[in-house]
Design a binder for this molecule. Sequence first.
Ligand SMILES: [Zn+2]
Length: 526
Amino acid sequence: MEQYCIYLRKSRADDEAEQRGEGETLARHEKALLSLANSQHLTIGQIYREIVSGETLAARPVMQQLLADVEKGLWQGVIVMEVERLARGNTLDQGIVANAFKYSSTLIVTPTKTYDPNNEFDEEYFEFGLFMSRREYKTINRRMQQGRQASVSEGKYCGSIPPFGYTRKKIQGEKGYTLAIVPEEAEIVKMMYELYAYGDRAEDGTYKAVGRNTIARHLNKIGIKNRKGGAWATSSVTRMLQNPVYMGKLTWDYRKTIKRTENGKVIPYRPINKNPLIYDGLHEAIVSEELWHLVADKIKNNRPSVIPDFGTMKNPLASIVRCALCQNAMQRRPYEKTGQPASMICNTHGCPNISAPLYAVEARLMEALEHWVEEYKVSLKNPKSNTQSQKQVIATTVEALQKEISNLHTQLDNTFDLLEQGIYTTEIFTKRNQTLTQKISEKKEKLHDLIDKSELIKKQEHQNITLIPKIEYLLDVYYKLSPAEQNKLLREVVDHADYKKTINGRWHSSPDSFELLVYPKITKDF
Ligand SMILES: [Zn+2]
């Protein structure tokens, strides 16, 4: 959860005002800033109170503590009455303060404006230069950005919060930071990539495909928290699986902040840049580049990425027909010397599955597909199908969640009223405020997951429907194609088929006395 803090400090003018009897300044400011936080729905994690009114950093111990925390990236933003409350000493002090906020991307929130120290377009931010001219500020900011990019190009890590799996480490004898592996977290990262790329291995040796949603649920089930200490959501798993940092790379402008206007308000958002600059990091990779790209492709296509070598292929059923007894792929066995037709066999040592002619298995497969298409067409017309009821359940849940979120927002507003009426102390208010914000963000994550899921259902529904013309086309052209082309088309529509034959057909029955269970590539996984 993203938290903010409040920094309170008296100025010399405040001291004079108090002597004139204008009341306690810090308490007044505290109230004003809590009100500000409330109106912007910001969660307050801590209030820093500077009792002494020293002008230099050295004379302001609480400010030093705040700066140390800002540098650690502890806060999303610091809320103050005016930017000048942070630094009004000498140039050196101002530089230290400015750098701390810039390098940790910490926002400065004031009653009049919110400053993003890293947004070079945020021209108003020049005010933080306090006495710098606008042009000076722009030049410095550009140099800063260039400096950051230079650091990234040298492989240094410039972010304030290390990605899951790593910790930030100062580079020996040089400026800047790199990342060091946290072994127990790295294991989890690796597991996530491998699960998504290869699936989960069952006891019988088969692999079951694992989706991002399942990975998130699995992590939550085994009690692993994400970087922010919260529960995993599909979206956070996706972000991790797409982060090039895990193959030892660093990117520049991977998620550049872009501003857009909505209802007259400027809203920054950070889309993934499709063509970021990519540099080799100084840090050690957790997964290989091959694995990373395998996962990236799989996310992009949302389909299996293992593609056989088509050039030399002779078996049209390669990677499609499995032995129902041992789950291994059935092989094509040619009999070039005798001129007999090729057969499908299970090569597993000791497996009792008996072979059958390849052409017979192919014919059965075609027959099964034809039958399946007919049945599927009928089932699509049934309004009581699984998909339709799933969609209904999701729609109802989304509605309920939206209602809950809006209720929580109302409660959040009430906490401030209670504070103003003096029923809540600042401490109770802060605690209550945190709990509610936490709840809201959890509900929002759930809501996003559901929306993702309904998108997925729509997509899968579409995919399933397009399966019909694909299979019909395949049935039309199958026997006119090369084995490689046959295999390619089959793989698009058939997930796999299980083959079983336990009675030797040569003596007891016809050559096609085998069982073939065909699984079309239909997605019902929601
Ligand atoms: Zn077998």
